[in-house]
Write a protein that binds this ligand. Structure first.
Ligand SMILES: Cc1cc2nc3c(=O)[nH]c(=O)nc-3n(C[C@H](O)[C@H](O)[C@H](O)COP(=O)(O)OP(=O)(O)OC[C@H]3O[C@@H](n4cnc5c(N)ncnc54)[C@H](O)[C@@H]3O)c2cc1C
Length: 444
């Protein structure tokens, strides 16, 4: 069996490694136009900031690939001839496959602003973007970042690390308004302001202005303000990379349409990771998942299907984590920006404005937890995953919260305040605080 994988991101590589384990004799070829070697996309920012060396972006040493009989090809796949089981490459002769995985990831999404082709205007997705950013921010004093999501903050932190003054334009009334509840957004905003990032909310980009040499000199906002800058980062989201799929007759909507085994509409052609769109989704699931861990899970699922041991894709409990400068963020389960009807939302914040814990739970008799957010506090994945899967009552979760904590001292310091606030807000579900063996613990 010859498996050809287009894209060597986390999805493609996870699939390759899983197939190697399930099918030791398979021939496996990974094709990528970004880099012959797999790189960690979330780590890109740390090379710009000088925290890691460029070679540290590679999670596996160069010896790893021949050692595991994985063939690497650097080329762009231009067209799939599904009826002949061939994929055409920019470098010449087509590759014949028995099974093909399209794992082409995402591309930055821009809105066709006037001036976005100027020198010094770009997004951040891949290695080439990072190299361009290295070159084009050299000597820059002022930059504008458009968009208030995770990549927007990464760009702000990267620029800030080089002493570049950053202005962020955010369409929403508060930071990442489509995802974060207002309390979390306010806390992140304070963090951004503490790092002297100039935040302009309810503000949209109208135009990017250039100088006579074709380089950006300013941006104009829709309310008519002109902000001088020598570099603009466009962080207005990503969209599935469909170039290959659309050139090859794969059925697409927002992403490449796949069934629960990640099969496309073409025989022996699969799609997974950021570029795929589930035809059917369960409750609380999204059709296009653009995260590192979902790429890994989909890479595993598709490997089982390719090896003739299909297992329907199950994402499990949603989670994500990020860092806003020094502020760590974790989210598990469902915590939308607005509390959904039928659920309660308990939100505790430390008076220092740097710690936040939110727990959402059903407003019925069972009051099972439905999701949680933390800022400045680290929780254990396995514990929350179990609580959410099992629909654990909020009172029990609060009673056992110490078990989820990475920092054992945290709850000794703050538990009384957290439980006190919970009991004030929800007197119908009291949590009793007990002292045991010199350590605080909670009992429902
Ligand atoms: C700057 C940044 C930071 C991020 N940080 C986080 C984070 O902290 N946590 C998190 O969960 N997620 C994060 N993400 C998202 C995460 O990186 C993606 O969800 C993940 O990389 C998707 O993996 P993938 O394998 O599906 O696609 P990709 O990683 O995009 O890999 C696809 C590869 O296919 C190549 N390719 C595309 N088309 C072709 C073609 N026709 N021929 C050959 N090669 C092709 C691309 O060049 C690319 O190398 C971040 C994303 C970015 C951009």
């Amino acid at each position: 069996m010859h498996l050809v994988i287009i894209g060597n991101g986390i999805t493609g590589v996870t699939c390759a490694l899983t197939v190697r384990r399930l099918h030791p004799d398979a021939r496996i070829t990974l094709v990528s136009d970004e880099s012959p070697y797999h790189i960690s996309r979330p780590a890109l920012m740390y090379t710009y900031m000088g925290h890691i060396r460029p070679q540290d972006l590679k999670p596996y040493g160069d010896w790893f690939w021949p050692e595991n009989s994985l063939e690497l090809v650097q080329a762009t796949a231009t067209h799939i001839e599904a009826e002949h089981h061939l994929v055409h490459l920019s470098t010449g002769a087509p590759l014949a496959y028995d099974k093909l995985l399209v794992a082409t990831g995402s591309v930055s999404r821009f809105e066709r602003w006037p001036g976005q082709e100027l020198q010094g205007v770009q997004g951040l997705y891949g290695l080439q973007d990072l190299e361009r950013m290295h070159r084009e921010t050299h000597g820059v004093g002022q930059a504008v970042v458009v968009g208030g999501g995770l990549i927007g903050v990464e760009l702000a932190e990267m620029l800030h690390s080089r002493g570049i003054a950053v202005t962020m334009l955010v369409r929403d009334t508060h930071y990442w308004g489509s995802v974060l509840p207002p309390e979390e957004a306010a806390l992140v905003n304070r963090q951004l302001q503490a790092h002297h990032i100039h935040m302009h909310y309810s503000t949209e980009l109208a135009e990017i202005l250039g100088d006579s040499a074709g380089r950006v000199r300013a941006v104009r906002t829709t309310d008519g303000r002109e902000i001088a800058c020598q570099w603009v980062g466009l962080a207005t989201g990503v969209t599935p990379n469909l170039s290959l799929a659309q050139a090859s007759g794969l059925e697409t909507a927002r992403g490449i349409l796949v069934n629960e085994h990640l099969q496309t509409n073409q025989p022996d052609v699969y799609a997974a990771g950021d570029c795929a769109q589930h035809r059917q989704t369960g409750l609380g699931q999204v059709p296009v998942e653009q995260l590192w861990y979902t790429g890994r899970q989909q890479g595993e699922t598709v490997a089982y299907a390719i090896c003739g041991q299909p297992q329907a894709y199950q994402r499990g409990v949603w989670f994500n984590s990020a860092k806003f400068f020094q502020l760590e963020y974790q989210t598990y389960g469902q915590v939308p920006a607005r509390t959904p009807s039928g659920t309660h939302s308990f939100c505790w914040q430390h008076p220092n404005g740097q710690l936040l814990l939110r727990i959402n739970f059903w407003a019925d008799d069972n009051h099972a937890v439905t999701g949680m957010n933390t800022l400045g506090i680290r929780q254990r994945h396995d514990v929350w995953d179990q609580w959410l899967r099992q629909g654990t009552p909020v009172t029990q979760v609060l009673a056992e919260l110490g078990a989820a904590n990475f920092d054992p001292e945290f709850f000794q310091q703050h538990e009384a305040a957290i439980v006190g606030q919970f009991n004030e807000q929800f007197p119908q579900h009291p949590v009793a605080l007990k002292r045991r063996k010199g350590l605080f613990s909670f009992g429902a």
